[in-house]
Design a protein around this ligand. Structure first.
Ligand code: PLP
Length: 338
């Protein structure tokens, strides 16, 4: 039985075109700043977001860790969503590596009114907030897109408070394609962004820190300190450039397929490539449903006791999406047996 894998959008195989670009990549030593393919990718990314600079890093987690340290000194506070990747899936890295305290706002979708009461300005004898982090799209909230209006509100609030705004933009490409927003519009709203090439864009490895020149210089030091300085990284950077040039617009197909799966499963509000299935109130729990789906060749992820997730990506075509919708839909309709 062939498996259709919707556990994550990190599982894509390099496409033949990407493989060819990797094989042909010119390389040098990036620790010396001499890898032409890395330099090209960093220039491309900076240009796309309208920032001065970008720094190629091995993972989105390292990208976030570096960005957070650029904007939050040790023993100061970051405000982010309670379900954000930076406080859920980074194994306490902000706390351990950056000495950063995080204050979390419940709700998933962030806006200025929701965030304002959580900011702690200097002068009240409290720990001081120095940055807000927004996840675009928000994974655990079901791949939702923060609107430009909401982000502008957060930008105005953080500017008025004299603090930074960071974007965990692992899937910012999905947000841009789904909402028809230019990447430069997003870029202009944030002081720092961490964006992933290895999710829906389909590169095997790599993320970028996007920011101003001074912070980028500091980011290079932090990257080295974390062990993220890479040598002939151009082989990987070439995959990233290829992804930006050839595999960005096609994200709309992933969104179309996810919407169709959402319809079949009765999941409302699918905005991008993530279908989050809430199982509370059904007779299923996450692990049991995942095993039952696997038995029929469909891999889904379990992201909580009563929560499953399906993600569409390069390796899931129309037939695969249809099969996932049929299998999981039928299981949900029938309930667990025995
Ligand atoms: C995947 C992801 C990251 C980074 O993950 P890595 O596996 O470290 O590259 C960061 N934020 C979000 C929202 C993600 O989904």
């Amino acid at each position: 039985m062939t498996l259709v894998d919707l556990r994550s959008d990190t599982l894509t195989r390099p496409t033949p075109g990407m493989r060819a670009a990797m094989a042909a990549a010119e390389v040098g030593d990036d620790v010396y700043g001499e890898d032409p393919s890395v330099n090209r990718l960093e220039e491309q990314a900076a240009e796309l977001f309208g920032h001065e600079a970008a720094v190629f890093v091995p993972s989105g987690t390292m990208g976030n860790q570096i960005c957070l340290r650029l904007v939050v000194p040790p023993a100061h506070e970051l405000v982010c969503d309670a379900d954000a990747h930076v406080v859920t899936y980074e194994h306490g890295g902000a706390a351990q590596h950056g000495g950063i305290q995080s204050r979390t706002v419940p709700g998933g979708r962030m806006d200025a009114d929701g965030v304002a009461p959580y900011l702690r300005p200097e002068g009240w004898g409290t720990v001081v907030t120095t940055a807000v982090s927004v996840e675009q799209t928000h994974n655990r909230a079901g791949g939702i897109v923060h609107s430009v209006a909401a982000l502008e509100g957060l930008r105005a609030l953080t500017r008025a408070s004299g603090i930074a705004l960071h974007c965990d933009g692992a899937r910012i490409w999905n947000a841009a394609v789904a909402s028809g927003t230019d990447l430069r519009t997003y870029g202009a709203l944030f002081d720092t962004l961490s964006v992933c090439l290895s999710k829906g864009l389909g590169a095997p490895v790599g993320s970028l820190v996007v920011t101003d020149a001074a912070r980028a210089a500091e980011a290079r030091v932090l990257r080295k300190r974390l062990g993220g300085g890479m040598r002939q990284a151009g082989v990987l950077a070439a995959a990233g450039s290829y992804a930006l040039e050839h595999q960005l617009e096609r994200l709309a197909e992933d969104h179309r397929r996810a919407a169709r799966i959402g319809e079949r499963l009765g999941v409302p509000g699918v905005e991008t490539n993530i279908v989050a299935v809430e199982l509370a109130g059904t007779r299923w729990d996450g692990p049991t449903l995942a095993v039952a789906a696997r038995d029929e060749g469909v891999l889904i992820s379990v992201v909580g006791p009563t929560r499953a997730r399906l993600v569409t990506h390069l390796d899931v075509d129309d037939a695969g999406a249809q099969r996932a919708a049929d299998v999981v839909g039928r299981l949900l309709d029938a309930g667990p047996t025995g």
